[in-house]
Design a protein around this ligand. Structure first.
Ligand SMILES: Cc1ncc(COP(=O)(O)O)c(C=O)c1O
Length: 377
């Protein structure tokens, strides 16, 4: 089998027609307004609320700063329970807020925080829970809310992967106290770099918007130690154009998803999670788990072999956050506390997944995986 002529990466961001961006840039140039809640920003904030089906939103320059502000705005402190199976930003945001991340094990199927293990991680210092909707699969939001209510804890969701995920028609941003979305180019919807916080309680709006603008209340008053989290007009303009292309991108990804699932369910040792029918898929990632015993080869072997064919899958998320030098010494990082996370981290492989991928490309990638398996027989 021949390698792909050009590298096939794990994702390809939506690149709108340049002429459309130029038109928007002209609008911005005419307005003589580049940042601080300009027209594009206001329009995008309104559109984001609609598309995510949430009552309130605040846009940010990236998802990490948005998450830092979410944690600040809820005044979390002490310890916050989170998952080790995530991007570095999740626990780092806690560290930047002087909070100790407490790692809880994950569910081996959904790869999300294991709700049955959260309670055992609660101490008198716990103030909140920071779960991640990993790869767009919703966490057990009802059970998490019940635990939080029982112990008086706040919930901040990291929904970096879950743009447009819905449960029974309800936007994923309507659960917990505050939810963060990332608009990084690796995400389905992007603004070059960017992010948002969404929340039901409109009392948060003032505090969050102050915190993302240095705490400046007026020309005469700075009332809290805020940060610069503002999205600028060029990011917002790009976002408005990308937003118009989302449905088309989603339909293309739906076809790719269908083909992957048809083809890969025929290969013994390759597993993937399928969502229940009441869940709307965010269609951001297509992730498999390679079971070495039944597949005959390890995930690392598959990853290395795919590269030889010019296919660049990614080991999301490897390594576990609990294995980073800065967190390894925490008692909750002990692998005995995290058996499922330590097992999953050796199996997961994020496959190329984007609208411009063709069904033929997917067939070729699946043929390569079949070939790798056949070699091990
Ligand atoms: C789970 C998760 N949380 C947080 C972030 C950080 O978002 P951003 O890159 O927009 O700062 C990312 C990555 O992009 C992520 O994958």
């Amino acid at each position: 089998m021949q390698p792909f002529e050009n590298p096939v990466m794990v994702t390809r961001p939506i690149f709108p027609d340049l002429s459309e961006l130029n038109t928007k840039l002209e609008e911005i140039w005419d307005s003589k307004w580049l940042s601080n809640n300009g027209r594009q920003h206001q329009k995008l904030e309104e559109s984001i609320k609609k598309v995510l089906k949430v009552p309130n939103a605040s846009l940010f320059n990236n998802g990490t700063i948005a998450l830092i502000v979410a944690v600040q705005s809820l005044r979390l402190s002490g310890e916050v329970i989170t998952t080790p199976f995530t991007f570095p930003a999740t626990p780092h945001v806690l560290t930047w807020n002087n909070i100790k991340p407490i790692f809880c094990d994950i569910d081996p199927t959904t790869l999300n925080i294991d709700v049955d293990k959260i309670e055992s991680m609660i101490t008198p210092l716990t103030t909140g829970i920071l779960p991640v909707h990993v790869f767009g699969t919703p966490c057990d939001v009802f059970k998490i809310q019940e635990i939080a209510d029982r112990y008086g804890l706040k919930i901040v969701y990291d929904a970096a992967h879950a743009f447009m995920t819905e449960i029974d028609g309800k936007g994923i941003g309507n659960f917990g106290d505050i939810t963060m979305f990332s608009f990084h180019p690796t995400k389905l919807f992007h603004t070059g770099e960017g992010g948002a916080l969404v929340y039901e309680d409109d009392h948060f709006k003032q505090r969050i918007d102050l915190l993302k603008n240095f705490g400046i209340k007026s020309e005469d008053e700075v009332i809290m130690p805020g940060i610069n989290g503002k999205m600028n007009e060029i990011q917002a303009a790009l976002g408005l154009i990308v937003l118009d292309l989302i449905e088309e991108e989603r339909s293309k990804r739906q076809v790719i998803l269908k083909r992957y699932t048809e083809r890969l369910s025929e290969i013994e040792g390759i597993f993937f999670h399928t969502l229940d029918s009441n869940i709307k898929n965010s269609l951001q990632y297509f992730v498999v788990q390679v079971d070495e015993k039944t597949f005959g080869r390890s995930r690392d072997y598959v990853y290395d072999e795919l590269k030889k064919y010019n296919v660049f899958a990614r080991k999301y998320f490897y390594p576990l956050c609990s294995d980073y030098a800065c967190y390894r010494q925490l008692p909750s990082s002990n692998p005995e506390n995290l058996p499922n996370a330590n097992s999953a981290v050796k199996k997961v492989l994020s496959m190329p997944f984007y609208g411009e991928l063709t069904v033929d490309d997917v067939d070729r990638i699946c043929d390569i995986i079949q070939l790798i398996k056949n070699r091990s027989l």
